[in-house]
Design a binder for this molecule. Sequence first.
Ligand code: HEC
Length: 149
Amino acid sequence: MRLIIKILLIAGLLSCKSNPDNEEDQYVSTDEPVALSQDQESESYKRGKEVYMDFCITCHLADGKGIPGTFPPLDGSDWLTEKRAESIHAVKYGLKGFIEVNGEEYNNVMTPFGLTDQEVADVMNYINNSWSNNIEKPVTEEEVAEIVK
Ligand code: HEC
């Protein structure tokens, strides 16, 4: 028991040391220098992060990598990059059935969350510009409103 606590303490210290700037934002990828891009400074991104923490993190996880075979990744997702309208549609109305993300097959269900159009836009801006993602064109409330069932 003691040993485990010691190991955890040491691991904690080491991770602090290697990421001195990273304490305030543990969800920013640690592979990159921690300077925030312009997109990450936007109010929409900041609100979207809160939506992500409340609604998405349980399945897609803090690192956006999901669980292979069960919950698809958002970090580096070709679905997200190549299917802008479908991605907004999925977050707005839910998604079920067969999809392929980065060559891996998923056949599962994401229920809708009852988010407002603004919240959908905000969380899209968060996932589009977190981890290794860098989809520059911001998603607006109007764009979400135009995506109908
Ligand atoms: C209960 C688990 C769960 C939660 C919570 C969840 N998702 Fe999903 N998500 C899934 C599953 C499962 C799929 C794939 C559905 C399928 O197989 O058709 C998916 C697919 C997606 C996709 C398209 C595929 C991809 O990986 O690019 C996006 C985008 C997405 N989710 C975003 C979100 C966002 C944003 C939230 C929070 C608002 C969220 N998800 C919350 C389970 C979840």
